[in-house]
Design a protein around this ligand. Structure first.
Ligand code: BGC
Length: 375
């Protein structure tokens, strides 16, 4: 049974607050004292660590085919590293109010134009300067298997209209699934596009590149972009292009093919249009990844229409993670389930507009397993 508990009671469940001390932060966060690290665990021995700073998943200990656990997400073990990180890679965070890009940081609703921070070339990225990844969330519920985090974004915070009440629930099931439930309501019409920005390396974080991981994406089309990674509006077939992941192939196999879209992204950094036979809002298979050496697999299911597959093109070895290892170029990949980038400026895309009285409700599942094929 789920119980609502106070912060003080929650601390008794917290495994590793000490290694997460916020003593040397130069960032913008003012209420350090309320930032904690929470550990979820299941009956199969998997653990997930979550902090209420940015609703970040800081660690996922997942077994390989021999039952050996490794941490499969990139990140840090000190809060100050999340706050002070060079180039802020959004490791493990919930990004919003609008995950991904909005062209030139501008959109209009009912004839009114809104201006957002331009924090990525000439465009807006991941909710702005202080997006949901850089704020302190409340913890509404915490037990061994589940944590419910909430955040109230103010009207015009980061330039977006409407007071937005957001909650994100992480549930760790006994069959090694992380189920993520997103929920939001507003008092003014506003775009909302929330996603989870974990960087995975199924060999274990810091363990080389992800180019050998085999990826399938359940999508016949993707949204090509311009040089600033803003969709052109076209839904292009992946057939006969490096973007065809309809059957499993190593991420690195086609990444060096001469292709304008790969040049724009510096590799894969694009949104795929998920195939759905079920009606909108049903949970469908989005992607499957397998790592040949360890046998670990990750299956992503979602109610969302799109998925941004980003293969860590901007990692360059400068950041060192929790094990002290440098995070190499393409040392992790993200599978960000979401609506399409720049939807507020593309009326032909599925709408991201949330109106008062409506409820934003989406679900994404990261399901871990092993392939049991020996080397
Ligand atoms: C974007 C990348 C970006 C990364 C980190 C991804 O969601 O697609 O272009 O570099 O986030 O900000």
């Amino acid at each position: 049974m789920k119980t609502f508990i106070s912060f003080a009671a929650a601390f008794t469940f917290v495994a590793s607050i000490l290694s997460f001390s916020p003593s040397h932060c130069s960032g913008e966060v003012s209420d350090f004292d309320s930032i904690k690290l929470y550990t979820l665990k299941n009956d199969s021995g998997m653990t997930a660590k979550v902090t209420n700073y940015g609703a970040i998943i800081t660690s996922l200990m997942v077994p390989d085919r021999n039952g050996e656990h490794a941490d499969v997400v990139l990140g840090y073990d000190r809060l100050e590293d999340y706050i002070n990180a060079v180039d802020k890679p959004y490791f493990g965070a919930i990004v919003g109010r609008y995950g991904n890009r909005i062209a030139k940081g501008e959109f209009s609703i009912d004839g009114e134009t809104y201006s957002l921070a331009v924090n990525n070339g000439e465009n807006h990225l991941h909710g702005g300067v202080i997006g949901f990844d850089k704020v302190v969330w409340d913890v509404d519920l915490f037990d061994d298997h589940q944590i419910v985090l909430s955040y109230h974004a103010k009207d015009m915070e980061e330039g977006y209209p409407g007071n937005l009440a957001v909650s994100v629930t992480y549930t760790l099931t006994d069959d090694n699934r992380i189920v993520i439930d997103y929920h939001a309501t507003t008092d003014k019409r506003t775009p909302v596009n929330l996603t989870q920005h974990s960087y995975f390396n199924l060999k274990g974080e810091g363990n080389g590149t992800i180019l050998d991981h085999r990826l399938t994406i359940n999508a016949d089309r993707f949204t090509p972009v311009d040089a600033g990674l803003i969709p052109t509006g076209e839904l292009r077939s992946v057939a006969s292009t490096p973007f065809d992941f309809t059957t499993a192939k190593p991420i690195g196999r086609d990444i060096h093919i001469e292709n304008e879209q790969l040049t724009f992204g510096g590799g894969f950094d694009h949104n795929w249009v998920l195939n759905r036979s079920e009606s909108d809002g049903e949970l469908v298979l989005a992607a499957h990844v397998s790592e040949p050496e360890t046998g670990r697999t990750l299956t992503v299911l979602t109610t969302e229409p799109g998925i941004q597959f980003y293969c860590g093109n901007f990692l360059d070895g400068r950041l060192r993670g929790k094990s002290g290892q440098a995070y190499l170029h393409r040392g992790g990949f993200c599978l960000e389930t979401q609506h399409f980038p720049d939807s507020p400026n593309h009326p032909e895309f599925p709408s991201t507009l949330l109106a008062p009285g409506e409820t934003y409700q989406t679900q994404t599942v990261f399901a871990f397993s092993t392939d049991n094929v020996s080397r």
